[in-house]
Design a protein around this ligand. Structure first.
Ligand code: SF4
Ligand code: SF4
Length: 321
């Protein structure tokens, strides 16, 4: 099976496998790494001891996320008409922008293709193909930020053994995607929109808080005390829709096996650690590999990696930073 198909199925819930074949270059790198094991271990300990996580990408991302959501708020409150509406459907200096998942559900509920909606959706589709698909999650979605912050409480409690992360099968999200789409089709009503913390938080920020925030609060409690980042990992169909879009994107995180120490710091910080299975010893088939469409391009792994084995890249172009 091609790497693209493997990554796509992985996003839908399939487990990653060991590669059947590895390239000559990977073979050569692994031999060089382990021929002089003592030196390798020394380098590994040195890199870890001197690694000072910078949070560079996280800080940039939080700034962008805050700026986008603030622009919605200011456009409404100051009536400056730059970015009107909310994340689900908006107008940016006159251009209609419609969230892809919402547009799909509206069309399913109405049971026909609405031409104006389709045009607005197409602009957003092109934008997120260029920007990396699920980068919508980590660079724009307000729930991502809130859940990222409350995740720290979960991790602190887990460290003290006060809570345990209850994992579900990753394929659950694919089942929810189908269920929510079916619900729109059968009921003629966009059921997911009333439950989506993305839309609820976006509207609450712009138009003021409402009762629906109680639902978001319950979700966060569930994530803190029962299952880490459960909504984004196992439920949210928006993430999967943008993941599909991201499979066409040139913007990706690239992994280089030569620099990697396989110690797994990256997997500990990742919302979708399965995309980083390639960093486990013996899992990389090529010396340089893109992480695939489920990666949110959040940059946490780039900040966490002590040896620079992970980096942002535009396919076909040289390294960004
Ligand atoms: S998965 Fe859904 S809720 Fe989570 S960050 Fe993405 S859009 Fe937001
Ligand atoms: S692989 Fe890295 S960039 Fe992608 S979601 Fe995980 S931590 Fe973020």
């Amino acid at each position: 099976m091609s790497r693209f198909a493997d990554l796509f199925l992985g996003m839908l819930g399939a487990d990653s496998k060991k590669p059947e074949k590895v390239s000559e270059e990977v073979r050569r790198i692994m031999v060089v790494k382990y021929q002089d094991k003592d030196r390798y271990i020394k380098e590994k300990l040195h890199a870890r001891a001197h690694h000072n996580p910078s949070h560079k990408w996280r800080n940039r991302r939080w700034a962008v996320l805050a700026a986008v959501n603030l622009l919605f708020v200011l456009s409404f409150w100051l009536d400056i008409q730059i970015l009107e509406g909310a994340l689900t459907a908006s107008r940016f200096v006159g251009f209609h922008l419609i969230d892809l998942n919402s547009a799909l559900h509206v069309m399913l509920a109405h049971k026909h293709i609405i031409v104006n909606l389709f045009i607005g959706t197409f602009t957003v589709f092109l934008l997120w193909v260029l920007m990396g698909g699920r980068s919508f999650c980590s660079w724009v979605c307000p729930y991502h930020l809130v859940a990222e912050l409350t995740e720290k409480i979960h991790l602190a409690l887990a460290k003290r053994k006060l809570v345990t992360d209850h994992e579900f099968h990753r394929g659950t999200r694919t089942v929810f995607w189908v269920l929510f789409a079916l619900m729109s089709f059968i009921t003629g009503y966009t059921v997911f929109e009333t439950l989506s913390p993305t839309g609820i938080l976006s509207r609450a920020l712009i138009y003021g808080p409402g009762l629906a925030l109680g639902w978001v609060f319950l979700l966060l409690l569930f994530e803190v005390f029962w299952s880490r980042r459960a909504w984004c990992r196992y439920v949210c169909p928006i993430g999967l829709t943008y993941g599909v879009v991201g499979s066409l994107s040139p913007l990706q995180i690239t992994y280089g096996v030569e620099q990697c120490f396989h110690e797994g710091d990256c997997r500990k910080v990742c919302l979708v650690p399965h995309v980083l299975d390639v960093t486990i010893k013996g899992r990389a088939a090529e010396a340089q590999m893109g992480l695939g469409p489920d990666c949110t391009r959040c940059g946490l792994c780039v900040d966490a990696c002590p040896t620079g084995a992970l980096r942002y890249e535009i396919k076909g172009l040289s390294q960004l930073l």
